[in-house]
Design a protein around this ligand. Structure first.
Ligand SMILES: Cc1cc2nc3c(=O)[nH]c(=O)nc-3n(C[C@H](O)[C@H](O)[C@H](O)COP(=O)(O)O)c2cc1C
Length: 209
């Protein structure tokens, strides 16, 4: 199966070829795949920065355990979750739904109120953790579409969140850096690409009931 072959081809790239760039056309496909990611209630409570600027990436390097992918990859995606869920996030989603599906905002008020109630019951910490979880789904789509396009990527949690928030001015926007994903093309010198995948056997991973 083509999907499986592409998943076997992909790996968390440790060394990118700094001379190869992802085309604008492929970048648009990747953005669309991230946009189509599923999220709780469909709220998409995050923003995604796409960083090409070398100076910004040089600043992020020491805040990323000096992992060279930060500066060598073609583009750096930084997934940022909203640290708190505000009523206006829900209102905007309701407005967008009404506009997209040609409905009356008033008819969706009950649903909006329900979301506000349920999400409002959560502590700030739980909200931050919940919105952060959503970014992992978007990251999953990014990795899958990149593999489909034969573009390399590396999912990354190895960075200092506070420093990212500071360097990228995220806190004042209510955002928090949750995940990083450099994308581009593997260097032939990256020996990791030749290593067999380490995965639990299916019989340990799954249990049929
Ligand atoms: C959420 C997450 C965070 C990760 N953080 C890093 C990281 O900071 N640096 C890195 O080189 N790899 C990182 N990895 C890559 C994993 O180590 C790698 O995906 C795993 O060993 C499986 O290997 P594969 O993706 O090459 O098949 C991360 C993976 C995930 C899913």
């Amino acid at each position: 199966m083509e999907f499986i072959k592409k998943q076997e081809w992909r790996y968390a790239t440790k060394k990118f070829d700094p001379h190869q760039k992802v085309s604008e056309e492929n970048l648009e496909i990747i953005k669309r795949a991230v946009q189509l990611s599923t999220s709780s209630y469909g709220l998409q409570l995050y923003k995604v920065l796409i960083i090409e600027d070398p100076k910004t990436r040089e600043k992020l390097l020491p805040a990323s355990w000096n992992q060279s992918q930060i500066v060598d990859a073609s583009h750096l995606f930084v997934f940022c979750n909203y640290a708190e869920v505000k009523p206006h996030h829900i209102d905007k989603y309701i407005d967008l739904t009404a506009k997209t599906r040609q409905l009356n905002v008033e008819d969706l008020k009950g649903y909006g109120d329900f979301m506000k109630l349920k999400i409002g019951e959560q502590s700030n910490e739980t909200q931050a953790s919940w919105t952060k979880h959503q970014t992992y789904l978007a990251l999953g789509n990014l990795l899958a579409v990149c593999a489909d396009l034969q573009i390399d990527a590396c999912p990354m949690e190895g960075f200092d969140v506070e420093k990212y928030n500071e360097i990228l001015g995220l806190t004042e926007k209510g955002l928090n850096a949750s995940l990083v994903a450099p994308i581009g093309y593997r260097s032939p010198d990256d020996n990791t690409q030749n290593l067999p995948k380490v995965r639990k056997p299916l019989e340990l991973l799954f249990e049929s009931i």
